[in-house]
Design a protein around this ligand. Structure first.
Ligand code: GTR
Length: 326
């Protein structure tokens, strides 16, 4: 089934966008933090295959999985300066570099993943994409990364349960403010260090979606996953803007179409594999608790919004656009 879907995507895209004229070949390097077993890895591989097929080999992409080209904030800087051409990035660590991208890092800003995609497809998404492209990170595809929830050695049912806990977050002041607003101690840290930090008690907990919780072994060193779903953060395929714009319109179209097809494939994989990841961690002994009333968590975020919008009044429009999107 998986193979059939992938094969037909490649055939359809190659037929629709095949470039026939030969020019000088471009070989691009792509950063991916994930390894085998995570939906983004085959999606990035498919992107590379589609780019090669649809540009008739004029552009080829080598994907480096497992974060071997550096931490996410470093890789983002590398793409901005063109040392690496592209990557699959979370918008979380993009927020400190591109103000507009921080919309998605406001806790509970989206009602659901479909709502997030509707916002990205609307005016707010256009404004964000422009801000990112201006900063050197042009988004050409959007991936699903589900919702992020807390995990630790105890169940978290209310914001009070976060009090006093040291919680790992990604690099972004909004996340440190979010944890502080609940009385916890935020600890920004690279993804690759989190498992060891949880194991040795350097942090008491962290927050992520099920596939990442499972795939890098965080579930092996924690016992409870609490469905706070406080952040719904999209991911992008983001390309160095100058390199992308230096290509002919035909090549740009072929690469955009490849990113779109790879994104749809990623979303299809995600919808299946995120559920599987939950089943697997539960089978391994993780206790998953629902949080029936997320109201107290949302109320605790009022102070985060107030402070953020006071410091960034120009972000009010984006927040309003997101909230007004049905
Ligand atoms: C994952 C995401 C990564 C990285 C990681 C983290 O869900 O896919 O890009 O942001 O979370 O927590 O650092």
């Amino acid at each position: 089934m998986k193979r059939t879907l992938k094969t037909s995507i490649i055939a359809a895209l190659a037929a629709a966008t095949m470039i026939t004229t030969a020019a000088s070949a471009e070989n691009w390097r792509a950063w991916n933090i994930h390894s085998d077993g995570h939906p983004n890895t085959p999606a990035m591989d498919l992107f590379a295959e589609l780019v090669e097929a649809s540009t008739n080999g004029e552009v080829t992409v080598d994907v480096f999985h497992g974060g071997v080209l550096g931490t996410q904030p470093d890789a983002l800087e590398q793409v901005r300066i063109g040392a690496i051409e592209l990557g699959n990035f979370s918008l979380g660590p993009i927020g400190p570099m591109v103000k507009e991208a921080n919309l998605v890092s406001l806790p509970f800003i989206f009602k659901s993943v479909p709502h997030m995609f509707r916002v990205l497809d609307g005016e707010a998404g256009e404004i964000m994409s422009k801000g990112m492209a201006d900063a050197g990170l042009m988004p050409i595809g959007w991936f699903d990364a589900g919702a992020r929830s807390f995990y630790s050695q105890k169940a978290i049912e209310t914001p009070d349960d976060v009090k006093g806990l040291k919680i790992r977050v990604m690099n972004n002041d909004l996340y440190t403010a979010m944890i502080s607003a609940m009385g916890g101690n935020p600890s920004p840290m690279a993804f690759s260090e989190v498992q060891q930090a949880l194991k040795t008690g350097v942090v008491d907990g962290a927050e992520n979606n099920f596939p990442s919780f499972k795939n890098v072994g965080h579930y092996e060193v924690t016992s409870h996953y609490s469905l706070s779903e406080h952040l719904i953060i999209p991911e992008c395929i983001c390309v160095n803007t100058k390199k992308f714009e230096a290509l002919s319109p035909e090549l740009q179209n072929a690469i955009r179409a490849s990113a779109k097809a790879a994104s749809l494939y990623q979303r299809a994989l995600w919808s299946v594999q995120s559920g599987q990841a939950r089943t697997e961690v539960e089978a391994a002994g993780i206790k998953v608790n629902e949080i029936a009333d997320k109201g107290p968590f949302q109320d605790a975020m009022d102070a985060v919004y107030d402070e953020y919008l006071k410091a960034n009044p120009d972000m009010k429009k984006l927040v309003e656009l997101a909230k007004a999107t049905k």
